[in-house]
Design a protein around this ligand. Structure first.
Ligand code: GLU
Length: 445
């Protein structure tokens, strides 16, 4: 196979949610797995709803996730090219002007429904004479433009869904240009796919019907349709359709919750595939695993709890270098490899390390139960002189055990509570080394 060229084509009318990110990721992984090219195309033909802020947020989110692109462009910079393509289609009779108002179309659909017919556009506009059109124009009406479908069956071999066929006779001729002259995404997308040499269109299965029409548009433009792959949509953990919650679950929310990009990527790369969901070390590894044949046809269930669990697994193994800056931002003294190695097993997110900073480096309120007061006083008296060394904890607790007769939980829990103010947490002996003798004595007295 020659190296593929693919594109991820978000509209900057909102933030990326997990479903969009999955589409971007599948495109990216496929391109990387075949040494291909990944293009970020900004579908901003809707100049009313698209904003530079959303576009920037999309770029920032993709960059944060590591999904960098080889090329990028905006559709809003290419209107002349689309105008030229539209002109060609008009000349050849593929695009025809329609003057129905929204109310006209609504009435038509109601009538069709009442007659038990499918609500397919009845092509009245194809029969308009030149003078009919002139009359509409004289009345100040502007046409919208529809693409004339062939009425034939359009078939393709989908890389995920297998043999697909759309009967274009069952579809309304799609509107490609609105009455205000603005483009729907359909035509610009085909024009760009041809010009950019897109070999594979990889997108969600909500576009399957569009593909029927777009394959005909590719042909009308003198191109050939790229290979298609339509992936099942993401659904919520309960199996319900892409819930409002998922649809609005943006990368900013996940980032604020302390979810690592690699946890998101690892989950989204494997969801709905025959591979196990697990943390992989890198995007490159995930690319090496990638194969369209592994993607199943059933909807992929996205479970936030699964993401949180994967994230914790990842955090437990993150090397110090990966978190140094974030620890430094919590507290400069926390940017210490010994501290991170000690606390990471107790962190679901990197930010969780903050809870242990006062224990190791600051002030805490020791917890000493009434019945442990003598025991803790004895502990203070037995703490060996000099700096805390590797064997201090073992020697100290052995001496305490010998003197007080306590062992197991009765020996260790009061020490943990007094030294850390907590009932659970990282190894107390290691924590003792970080906090140092003086801090320990203060807490014990
Ligand atoms: N802008 C379109 C969308 O976000 C692109 C669809 C496609 O990939 O062709 O739905």
């Amino acid at each position: 196979m020659t190296a593929p060229t693919v594109r991820f084509a978000p509209s900057p009318t909102g933030l990326l949610h997990v479903g969009n990110v999955r589409t971007a990721l599948i495109n990216w992984l496929f391109a990387r797995s075949e040494q291909g090219c990944f293009i970020l195309r900004i579908d901003d033909t809707d100049t009313e709803r698209s904003t530079p802020a959303y576009e920037q947020a999309i770029r920032d989110d993709l960059t944060w996730l590591g999904l960098t692109w080889d090329k990028t462009f905006r559709q809003s910079e290419r209107f002349e090219t689309y105008d030229a393509a539209a002109e060609t289609l008009k000349q050849a009779g593929w695009l025809y002007p329609c003057y129905e108002t929204a109310e006209d179309l609504d009435r038509q659909r109601k009538l069709q429904r009442a007659q038990g017919k499918p609500p397919v556009y009845n092509r009245t506009a194809l029969n308009l004479s030149a003078s009919d059109r002139a009359q509409f124009e004289a009345d100040g009406r502007k046409p919208h433009w529809r693409f004339k479908l062939s009425g034939n069956r359009v078939a393709w071999d989908d890389l995920v869904r297998g043999e697909q066929a759309i009967e274009t006779a069952s579809l309304s001729d799609p509107v490609l240009i609105r009455a205000d002259g603005s483009y729907l995404y359909t035509l610009p997308s085909c024009v760009d796919d041809i010009e950019a040499g897109i070999t594979h269109v990889v997108r969600g299965e909500d576009h399957v019907t569009n593909s029927g029409a777009q394959i005909e548009i590719f042909r009308a433009l003198g191109g050939t349709a790229p290979t298609m792959a339509h992936t099942p949509l993401l659904v919520g953990a309960d199996g319900s359709g892409l819930s409002k919650r998922l649809g609005s679950l943006g990368m900013g929310t996940l980032r604020d919750r302390g979810i690592e990009p690699l946890a998101i990527i690892s989950l989204l790369a494997k969801l709905g595939t025959s591979d196990n969901v697990e943390i992989r070390d890198s995007l490159e590894q995930l690319a090496a695993d990638f194969d369209f044949a592994k993607i199943g046809r059933a909807p992929a269930r996205f479970d936030e709890a699964e993401l949180t669990g994967l994230n914790a697994t990842l955090v437990h193994t993150l090397p110090f270098d990966a978190v140094r800056e974030r620890l430094d931002a919590i507290a400069p003294e926390a940017a210490d490899p010994a501290f991170w190695d000690l606390v990471r097993q107790n962190c679901q997110t990197v930010a969780d390390a903050e809870a242990f900073v006062p224990v190791a480096f600051g002030q805490i309120t020791p917890v000493i139960e009434a019945e442990d007061q003598d025991f803790i006083a004895a502990a203070a008296g037995l703490l060996p002189d000099g700096p805390i060394a590797e064997d201090t904890w073992t020697n100290w607790t052995a001496a305490l055990k010998a003197q007080t007769g306590r062992k197991g939980r009765a020996l260790f829990m009061p020490l943990r509570r007094a030294l850390t103010g907590m009932e659970t947490g990282p190894d107390v002996g290691e924590m003792l080394r970080l906090m140092g003798r003086e801090r320990a004595l203060q807490r014990l007295s």
